[in-house]
Design a protein around this ligand. Structure first.
Ligand code: RB5
Length: 145
């Protein structure tokens, strides 16, 4: 079963709902960890909620949507084992999986249009990590300083 966790703040609600609909059509089982309304909320709370379920291996991958995709990635990357990337193009989406083994994709509803965002999601989810020399580099990231 293809499963993942997704979350957003008020600035990413519309795109998040569209992504959920798109991925359900493709057979994904999705946990939506909020927010569920347009009422203003704090994106780091959602980012940390999702990231902890990546960190504890409940989910292999997650998607976060806010206005820009920036705050979500900064917040998610504070959680151990999380490699969150903000992508605004399909090449970065592919490379973030192939070379960086990114496990959280962050998108900006106010930056990236729906069609491009859905392409980014599809490419990000279907690209495998290449391992090899890239594994060594990811291990160095995880070791920290
Ligand atoms: C909320 O207004 C906005 O700051 C948030 O969605 C996001 O863009 C933060 O990085």
């Amino acid at each position: 079963m293809k499963k993942l966790i997704i979350g957003c703040d008020h600035g990413g609600l519309t795109l998040k709902n569209r992504i959920i609909e798109h991925l359900k059509e493709k057979g994904f089982e999705i946990e939506d960890c909020g927010t569920y309304t347009k009422e203003s909320c704090d994106y780091p709370v959602i980012a940390h909620k999702l990231a902890s379920k990546i960190s504890d291996n409940t989910y292999e991958k997650g998607i976060l949507v806010c206005g820009t995709g920036l705050g979500m990635s900064i917040a998610a990357n504070k959680v151990k084992g999380v490699r969150a990337v903000t992508c605004t193009d399909t090449c970065s989406a592919r490379m973030s999986r192939a070379h960086n083994n990114a496990n959280v994709l962050c998108l900006g509803e106010r930056i990236t249009g729906e069609y491009l965002a859905l392409d980014i999601v599809d490419i990000w989810l279907s690209t495998d990590f290449e391992g090899g020399r890239h594994q060594r580099r990811v291990d160095i990231i995880e070791a920290g300083v």
